[in-house]
Design a protein around this ligand. Structure first.
Ligand code: NAD
Length: 292
């Protein structure tokens, strides 16, 4: 359901690779909410992925750009402003990639060239996007820049590897650049810390299906879907959140503030029962409310 929250606004969406991508859903919802936008992804992703199909559907163009390349970013902002007919009101950074994760390097045996790449693609690109936009004065007053993050920036998650460090840096950029951009141009900068979501990038994380199940059981509202993430992102692009900036905003069904839930405990106890033969310690059904 559209509320025309973005009527008349212009945006740039990074990272829509295929219909599973969170950015794909954000682009669709932004269009539905009345915005005009351009799409961007790496030249390889544009060739191999489905970004062009989305552009056709949303009646727009794809401008290929490697987000680690400042020249590409310059071209992207200039072409987007030309195509959309004015300055930009919102930007979504929805980019993540770790060669260490891809090649299954253990965190205590990282390849440092890969680590450089992880940080450059997944975090420093966010700084590059904002620095480029600011130098070109490409974003309107009260514009909104959002990047997608994950709770591994704050807490340790098995298998998330050097992406955790990239996310911590990403969130720090939101604060540091958010200060400058807010003070000078009233541009907001935030990160959304999203639940595990089935996408191409998500599936690359070791044990992802179990992580997804664990998060689902731990979250009182359940995992947030990509579509729900898109809804939340639209509010941050809209004028309803003009004084929200420099924040990392959890969009995770409550996961980040949980310690142990009844559902996760029950699942854990099943494992204990099987492995340790200690079923006597499991509370009877009627007593389970004690653990809520
Ligand atoms: N899927 C999850 O569980 C989850 C959870 C929390 C946060 N996130 C974050 O959401 C964002 C989007 O990921 P997704 O899950 O939609 O997966 P996705 O694989 O659909 O999107 C990742 C995108 O990054 C793009 N990309 C990679 N290198 C790039 C570069 N150099 N320049 C420009 N683009 C580049 C890819 O082409 C792809 O479109 C990422 O930042 C990811 O870390 C994902």
């Amino acid at each position: 359901m559209s509320h025309n929250l973005l009527k008349g606004k212009r945006g740039i969406i990074f990272g829509a690779l295929n219909p599973d991508s969170i950015a794909w859903k954000v682009a669709e919802k932004a269009h539905e909410a009345g915005a005009t936008l351009t799409l961007t992804n790496t030249p390889v992703a544009v060739r191999m992925g489905e970004t062009n199909g989305l552009a056709e559907k949303l009646n727009t163009i794809v401008i290929a750009a490697d987000a680690t390349n400042v020249e590409d970013l310059n071209n992207l902002f200039l072409k987007s402003m030309e195509y959309l007919g004015g300055k930009i009101d919102f930007v979504l950074h929805s980019i993540g990639m770790s060669p260490n994760v891809r090649k299954e390097r253990h965190y205590s045996d990282l390849d440092y060239n890969y680590l450089d790449k992880t940080l450059d693609v997944s975090a420093i690109s966010f700084h590059k996007v904002m620095q480029t936009a600011r130098k070109l004065d490409a974003i309107n007053e009260w514009g909104s820049v959002v990047a997608l993050s994950y709770v591994a920036a704050q807490r340790t998650f098995y298998g998330y590897n050097d992406m955790a460090d990239a996310k911590a840096l990403l969130e720090s950029f939101a604060r540091s650049f958010g200060y400058i951009y807010g003070r000078e141009r009233h541009v907001r900068v935030n990160t959304i810390s999203q639940s595990p979501t089935i996408t191409t990038a998500g599936n690359g994380v070791k044990g992802f299906d179990r992580l997804l199940d664990f998060a689902e059981r731990m979250s009182p509202l359940g995992n947030a879907t990509a579509e729900e993430c898109a809804d939340y992102t639209i509010t941050l692009f809209s004028d309803l959140t003009r004084k929200v900036t420099m924040q990392n905003l959890f969009h995770d069904g409550g996961f980040s503030n949980m310690g142990m839930s009844l559902q996760a405990l029950q699942q854990y106890e099943k494992g204990l029962h099987k492995d340790c033969n200690c079923g006597d310690e499991i509370p009877a059904d009627g007593e389970e409310h004690l653990y809520d």
